[in-house]
Design a protein around this ligand. Sequence first.
Ligand code: ADP
Ligand code: MG
Length: 435
Amino acid sequence: MGKPDSFLELKNVSQVYTVGERQFTAIEDFSLTLKEGEFCALLGPSGCGKSTLLRIITGLQAPTGGKVLYRSRPLTGVNPHAAMVFQTFALFPWLTVQENVELALEARGLPARVRNDRALEILDRVGLDGFETAYPRELSGGMRQKVGFARAIAVEPELLCLDEPFSSLDILSAETLRRELLELWTGGRLPTRAILMVTHSIEEAVFMADRIVVMDKDPGRLMTDFKVGLAHPRDRKDRGFEAVVDNVYSLLAGQTEPDHVELGAEPAAPGPTRRLPNVHISDLSGLLEHLESARDHQDDIYALAEDLKMNSDHLLNLIQAAELLGFATVWKGDIRLTPLGETFAATGIIGRKEIFAVRLKRLSFFKWLASILRASEKSRQRWDVIEAALGLEFHPAEARQQLERIVEWGRYAELLSYDDKSRVIYLEPATESPP
Ligand code: ADP
Ligand code: MG
């Protein structure tokens, strides 16, 4: 007998894959207990074994080591109480929306009448009423994904596994679907007891989940596991929300102590006080990608200068920037990616901008600039005014260079804009309210 609250248990699960002659460990010694009522998000760099883990959990695949217990019983074969939603859904194009949903019910052996009633009811619940007789090609991407959700929910799964369910949708459809799923879940309108969702987005995890599990790769393993103590519905602009997002980032950046501030900056320093390393985002990204592909995500700094054919001043600037932003740590001549750095290197342009923005907002230099802009009319200020203000702390040439850097970084993060003609810097609307 397991504990009464043990819903799903993974005990020392490992997965070794054989590719040709070679064997490699995709997942190593992974243990996790999921309770009823939990919405758990699974984060980690691509290739760390998230999808593999979902297949193991739903019984689509047996692990090479360890055990999966479902309601305290070892799982053998496909778990009939679990359902999976994928990034994109293979809907049958020759079947209507309703028939696509009914197919899942047929597979579970439900009689025709029940199938019909249940499909109509579910389609209504996810807001697809009126589209029962439509064919997939007539639907938008967001609606097709809704059919996918409907198909998964129709079988009334106790465990719902989602593998990056929103990542192929446009921003608006994704947000709508997130909110709708949350409404169903928090309103108790799903038969589901627990949700496990793989995502690449830290914000999405904090927006939706009660608990976040972070994995690392090579080999895939559990790194951290913590609770998100925010009530639903959550507001991304809420200070509490931002604080949790910030904490997750810090955790991923290896800065778990709340008062740890990067490279000796004073947390409440009034002015810019901290020189920004003079590097371009593209070069920084290049360094992080290089480390991501290196063994153990680390490299000897000396070897790095050779590998990258880079002069050491430039390299040291890049390393300093990586450290400042929490993407890497330096220790005894080695530089190593933090999980945040890994996530940055492994994700696409939108994910990178999101990560960069959160980190940039933490820098005292950025806070200083943002506070000046906020205090200015229409949240904008002339370049030369700010350059003059910086001139109080830096040599003239350096003041200009520093301003160029923060504006470049801010534009990349979509926190700042700069109009070249009028030479005016302004805050993007989303940055206008103080943190
Ligand atoms: P994630 O979903 O986190 O990106 P996956 O679970 O898809 O990771 O894959 C983890 C690792 O296992 C990757 O290196 C991937 O190439 C490898 N892998 C996944 N499935 C198989 C398979 N069936 N055979 C061999 N290697 C696999
Ligand atoms: Mg995957």
